[in-house]
Design a binder for this molecule. Structure first.
Ligand code: ZN
Length: 82
């Protein structure tokens, strides 16, 4: 028989204040957080419908899934080839 114990991860914190989640675009600093489930980030899919990155709807900069900038302000390429 397992003992039913409270997990140490359950912490009783005061929830009087709503937790403010901020998720600003690293380029234009516009807020990308929409709500607890959604973000304003626009997903970029490859040919296999796999998410390979995201696009900021405000400044149209594109990023890979590690938040590395791949397209600055929606135009031109970051130097990829020498
Ligand atoms: Zn942006």
């Amino acid at each position: 028989m397992e003992n039913q114990r409270l997990s140490p991860m359950q912490k009783k914190t005061k929830t009087t204040k709503k937790q403010k989640i901020v998720d600003p675009c690293p380029i234009c600093s516009q807020e990308l957080h929409l709500n607890h489930e959604f973000t304003q980030r626009v997903g970029l899919l490859d040919n296999y419908d796999e998410v390979v990155g995201w696009l900021c709807p405000h400044c149209r900069s594109e990023f890979d899934i590690d938040d590395h900038l791949t397209k600055f302000l929606g135009e031109g390429n970051i130097r990829g080839e020498a």
